[in-house]
Ligand binder design. Structure first.
Ligand SMILES: [Zn+2]
Length: 270
C-alpha cells in the first residue's frame, strides 16, 4: 500500500502545471517591457490586404485583443508603423529577421516557395538572437489561405505568430492560443497557459504589492532556430507563475486530504 501511494505521489508531483514551451533558443526575450512592431512596406494583396497600413492596423487590433491584456505579463506591444525601407516580398524568415531593427518585431508577408511550401501554412514566426535580439513573422502571400480566414481567425493567427516572434514555442494545451494547431480554431481569448507563458518571459518587476515575482536572469543565448507552424520545441520549461503555484498547492492539499481520509477509513491511523 505504501509503495502504491509513493508511486502515485511521484507521478502526481511529476505532472507539469503548464503546457507552454519556449523557442528553440531557450529562454530568450526581447528587451522590454515595451516592444515596437514595424510593418514591411510591401502590399500583401494575395493575403487579402489592400495596403501595408491595413496589415499594420490589424496587427495593432490583434495585440490589443490578446497579448496586451495580461495583468501579470509586463510585455507591451505597440505597432510603430510601416517602414518604407523594408520589403519582405520574397523573403525567407532568416532574411526577414536580418532586416528587423534590433529589439523590435518585423511583420510582413512573403511568397517564398520554401517558406510556404504548404498552401495551408498561414504564417511563420521566430525570435532571433544571433546578432541582436529581434523577432519576425511572415504571413503567407503565396496562397489565399490567410485571406480566406474569418476576421477573428486572422487576429488569432497574427497573435499566435507574434507569440513566436517574442519568444514562445508551442503549447500542449489545446485551449491555448499557442497550441500547435491553431488553423481552423476560433480562439477568441488567451488561456491560463498563455498567461503563464507571457508572464514567465516578461514578468513584472513589481506586480502590485502582494507577493513579489522576481525578475528572472537572462536566459541562454544560442543560434537562430526558426519556427514553422505546427512544429515546435516540445521542451518543457519551468514556470514561476503564481497562478500555477496556487493551483499546484490547491491540488496537493486535496490530494493529501484524500490520502488521509483513506488511511482513516482503513483504520491505519489511530
Ligand atoms: Zn506556431
Amino acid at each position: 500500500m505504501k509503495s502504491v501511494i509513493l508511486v502515485s505521489l511521484i507521478i502526481f508531483i511529476s505532472i507539469p502545471a503548464h503546457a507552454f514551451t519556449l523557442s528553440n533558443s531557450g529562454r530568450v526575450n526581447l528587451p522590454g517591457p515595451e516592444v515596437a512592431i514595424v510593418v514591411a512596406s510591401n502590399t500583401c494583396s494575395v493575403a487579402g490586404f489592400n495596403s501595408a497600413q491595413e496589415l499594420a492596423d490589424m496587427v495593432q487590433e490583434s495585440v490589443d485583443a490578446y497579448w496586451n491584456r495580461i495583468p501579470t505579463c509586463a510585455l507591451e506591444l505597440t505597432v510603430e508603423g510601416v517602414n518604407s525601407s523594408i520589403d519582405t516580398s520574397s523573403d525567407g524568415l532568416l532574411e526577414a529577421l536580418t532586416k528587423t531593427p534590433i529589439g523590435k518585431i518585423l511583420v510582413g508577408c512573403s511568397d517564398d516557395a520554401d517558406l510556404f511550401d504548404s498552401s495551408s501554412t498561414l504564417g511563420v514566426g521566430s525570435i532571433n538572437t544571433a546578432s541582436g535580439d529581434r523577432g519576425a513573422f511572415l504571413l503567407n502571400n503565396r496562397s489565399t489561405v490567410f485571406a480566406n480566414q474569418s476576421q477573428q481567425e486572422k487576429l488569432a493567427v497574427i497573435a499566435h505568430e507574434l507569440g513566436h516572434a517574442f519568444g514562445l514555442g508551442h503549447s500542449g494545451d489545446p485551449t491555448a492560443l499557442m497550441y500547435y494547431a491553431i488553423g481552423g480554431k476560433v480562439q477568441e481569448n488567451l488561456s491560463i497557459d498563455d498567461y503563464d507563458a507571457c508572464s514567465y518571459l516578461y514578468p513584472h518587476d513589481s506586480p502590485g504589492g502582494c507577493s513579489a515575482v522576481p525578475v528572472m536572469p537572462p536566459g541562454p543565448r544560442s543560434g537562430l532556430k526558426s519556427f514553422k507552424k505546427q512544429s515546435g520545441n516540445k521542451t518543457f520549461a519551468e514556470s514561476n507563475s503564481s497562478i500555477s503555484l496556487m493551483i499546484l498547492t490547491l491540488m496537493m492539499t486535496l490530494f493529501f486530504g484524500c490520502l488521509w481520509r483513506e488511511y482513516k477509513a482503513r483504520n491505519l491511523l489511530s
